[in-house]
Design a protein around this ligand. Structure first.
Ligand code: SAM
Length: 214
């Protein structure tokens, strides 16, 4: 196979496996598989499905795809388990690539509208709210990328630590879920932090987080 054909083939397979991983993240299937199965005691599809509260028929397909892709271990009698490494990388938001895979369904939902938006006669583009779950998925990715680094690593790099500690006005434009604004407000109590977003859904999420965090 030529190099281009080989790359296209790999891209196609990755493109098919990626939403399967996103599906597992949405349904919590990796965590459920990890809870009921181990190398010493692998689980069949029914056991995993029962744990997940899902249909056995669908969970079996999901397990089969990710076994063929090499992310889930499978025994000759079709029982499944996760290695410790896979358990860690697929659980919660431990792995940034997995976190980004959860973006795919949000983006694909607008496929036809996006194609229309390319056309010269269509005046407007897409709104964030048209992507399903955009703000919660964005929030997951943001937290995966920034939680450990925003305060100790990123902000010192822009040379504003002294000012932030002394207290300045901060404006987060395009705040999404409000994650950064709230994190900064709590790390730098002398600052006056404002946050703005074009989307009502985002502002709703940010207000909800503000309420929860007090
Ligand atoms: C890529 S998201 C980033 C969200 C958040 N800052 C984060 O890192 O998780 C971009 C954000 O900008 C907002 N946005 C886009 N255009 C805007 C505008 N003209 N005014 C204010 N917010 C805007 C979107 O609604 C969205 O929340």
């Amino acid at each position: 196979m030529s190099d281009l054909k080989e790359r296209l083939n790999l891209m196609l397979m990755g493109g098919m496996v990626t939403p399967t991983i996103a599906l597992g993240k949405k349904l919590g299937l990796f965590e459920d598989l990890g809870a009921v199965a181990s190398e010493a005691s692998p689980a069949d599809a029914r056991t995993v499905a029962d744990k997940a509260g899902c249909k056995e028929r669908y969970v079996r397909e999901w397990l089969a795809v990710l076994s063929c892709a090499g992310f889930i271990e499978v025994t000759p009698d079709e029982k499944f388990w996760l290695t410790d490494e896979a358990k860690h990388e697929f659980s919660g938001m431990n792995n940034l690539s997995v976190a980004y895979m959860t973006f795919l369904p949000a983006v694909v939902k607008t496929f036809n509208e996006l194609a229309d938006a390319f056309k010269k006669e269509v005046r407007y583009g897409l709104e964030y709210a048209q992507f399903s779950d955009f703000y919660s998925v964005m929030d997951n990715v943001t937290q995966t990328m920034h939680d450990a680094h925003l305060i100790p690593d990123y902000l010192p790099q822009i040379g504003m630590l002294d000012k932030l500690e002394a207290g300045v006005k901060v404006l987060d434009v395009g705040c999404g879920s409000g994650y950064h604004a709230l994190k900064m407000a709590s790390a730098f109590p002398k600052c006056e932090v404002h946050a703005a977003d074009i989307s009502e859904e985002a502002i709703g999420m940010a207000n909800e987080s503000l309420r929860k965090q007090g």
